[in-house]
Design a protein around this ligand. Structure first.
Ligand code: GAP
Length: 543
């Protein structure tokens, strides 16, 4: 089958998300709220599975990572210490005509003729406006559209019938000073802080101003001392957290990719500073190649570079374990000039979305920046006494930081397929099928009685449903022709379908009594399985 074009593919995915209840626009009946999304029944299960898989891999299956669940609103000084109040901003520009706001780095460069005006006078009362304005029109186009836009600009400044002053035409190349939607001049870029503000307590004063956290990470840093005391962990060890984060993004876009409310899954993995490793072991191990095998197991002589590489490999392996093939992922090492001021190295793990290759997760080596800042701002020591190394230090950190919603979108895009399958009468038709890895599929098994008007089939099917339910998420469906029911589950991404038929009841002979058909979503093949063996068999396949 021909591959759908990128835009067309995204439209199909967005439409399926709504139709099948993966993702809805927030507040839809009121016209929606830009940058906010709600997850429907299938989306909620998908997100839950993502978080469960991450939590299991990052903490439950490890001895050296413990969890945290901190509050969303924290002391406002935290955001001063972390640098968010002063530097967590994007450059924004406004259209002088429509007031629409854009992120400065998202304006596409344009070429053409810029028509500039020094101001305008108003005919009836000779009122003057000296605000300069200009409009970009494509090269070779007459100036009328520029004049029309300029008149609109001066009308907005109170002129009934403006006459334009000082028109000047100038060719410009690759400029980002104009609104690509209407050619109007944009304001100079200025920083826009992305943190969402609120007030804590009954008085809306500066003193009571607080923020909805823009990342979960800072709570981990400020609770570092408490956690290490109670968990009896020793460095190297990590604290992980899953939770909501909020950013007042200037231009939310690409469906849920850039939202204003989203969830993060973050780990802060605390390590010894390289000087301490050097003193303790006599040397700091160097990367002897880029292959994962070259790393070996964590060792006492690992410095930040090896730990950083280790977490990049761990995270790549995890993405593959939830169904993103290595060929869909890109490992991007940020260049020196791209690094945040506190970062020694950052690797972005990117996914090849239909709208471009974009970040799923950042893995940063942050030195001891955060703990040192909190030590300075709170006046409380963040030092750790390392008995093994016989040294006191502020630990360094490696931070793998992922987005739940971005991953949910990547998994949805990755799962979407159209193939050919026979309908009820054996005629081939296009089938939409979500090929989720069984581990993250929202529903694991669908159970169907062949016919709904045969009480024995229905009763047996309900028994099978109840047998499976304690082990995994099961969907029971008796409505409509069996082929239609399979298609519905294919669109939901359910990897297995169990059908209870007359053979199950023993009507075709005793040897098939208490067996069912188990259908595989991807191959559409069916095998006969004993009911007793079903739970173990299916659990094994979705683990
Ligand atoms: N503590 C580091 C930190 O927050 P980040 O790169 O700003 O780093 C980490 O965010 C991850 O959070 C991103 O890789 C992405 O998956 C997710 N994320 C960030 N901003 C987002 C947004 N506006 N919408 C959805 N996910 C977002």
């Amino acid at each position: 089958m021909a591959e759908p074009k990128t835009g067309e593919l995204m439209e199909k995915i967005v439409s399926l998300c709504k139709r099948r209840g993966f993702i809805f626009q927030s507040s839809e009946i009121y016209g929606g709220l830009n940058g906010f999304w709600d997850y429907g029944p299938l989306g909620a299960e998908l997100k839950r599975n993502i978080k469960e898989c991450w939590w299991r891999a990052m903490t439950r299956r490890r001895d050296d990572v413990v969890g945290l669940d901190a509050s969303i609103i924290m002391h406002p000084r935290i955001w001063e210490a972390s640098g968010h109040t002063s530097t967590f901003s994007d450059l924004m520009v406004d259209c002088l005509l429509t007031k629409k706001r854009f992120r400065a780095d998202q304006i596409e460069p344009l070429s053409g003729t810029a028509y500039s005006y020094t101001g305008a006078t108003d005919e009836p009362d000779a009122k003057q406006c000296k605000d300069a304005f200009s409009v970009l029109v494509p090269r070779g186009k007459p100036p009328e559209s520029a004049r029309k836009a300029a008149k609109q600009f001066y009308q907005q400044r109170g002129m009934a019938n403006p006459s334009l002053l000082g028109e000047r035409a100038e060719p410009v190349e690759n400029t980002t000073r104009y609104n690509p939607e209407n050619g109007s001049l944009l304001t100079e870029p200025r920083p826009f802080n992305l943190m969402l503000k609120t007030y804590v307590g009954p008085v809306e004063s500066e003193d009571n101003k607080s923020y909805l956290r823009p990342e979960t990470a800072q709570a981990i840093f400020v609770q570092f001392k408490n956690v290490i005391e109670v968990s009896r962990q020793k460095i190297p060890f990590g604290i992980c957290q899953i939770g909501k984060a909020f950013r007042n993004e200037i231009n939310p876009r690409n469906f849920t990719f850039r939202s204003r409310e989203f969830e993060q899954m973050e780990l802060e993995y605390f390590i010894r500073p390289d000087e301490v490793v050097q003193k303790m072991t006599g040397s700091v191990a160097q990367l002897s190649g880029t292959a994962p095998a070259a790393l070996g197991s964590p060792a006492a002589n690992w410095g930040w570079e090896l730990w950083h590489k280790y977490w990049v490999e761990q995270r790549l392996a995890w993405y593959q374990s939830v169904g993103l093939g290595r060929d869909t992922l890109v490992e991007y090492w940020q260049k020196k000039e791209e690094l945040a001021h506190y970062a020694r190295a950052t690797v972005d793990l990117l996914y090849k979305f239909p709208f471009g290759t974009q970040e799923l997760e950042g893995i940063a080596a942050r030195g001891n920046f955060d703990l040192s800042q909190h030590q300075k701002f709170s006046g409380k020591s963040m030092e750790y006494f390392d008995e093994e190394a016989k040294a006191k230090y502020v630990p360094h950190v490696i931070e793998p930081s992922a987005g739940v919603d971005r991953l949910a979108l990547a998994l949805i895009c990755n799962a979407y397929r159209e193939d050919q399958a026979p309908d009820e009468k054996g005629k081939m038709e296009t089938r939409v099928v979500m090929k989720f890895h069984p581990r993250i599929a929202p529903i694991k098994v669908a159970v169907f009685p062949l016919l709904k008007n045969k009480p024995e089939l229905v009763q047996k099917a309900k028994e099978v449903r109840d047998l499976l339910r304690p082990h995994l998420s099961v969907f029971y469906d008796e409505a409509g022709a069996i082929g239609r029911r399979y298609r519905r589950q294919d669109e939901a991404g359910t990897p297995f379908g169990v059908t209870i038929d007359f053979e199950t009841l023993g009507e075709q002979g005793p040897e098939l009594k208490d067996t069912v058909t188990l259908r595989d979503r991807d191959s559409m093949k069916q095998e006969r399985v004993k009911i007793d063996e079903l739970p173990a068999l299916v659990v094994e396949k979705v683990r």
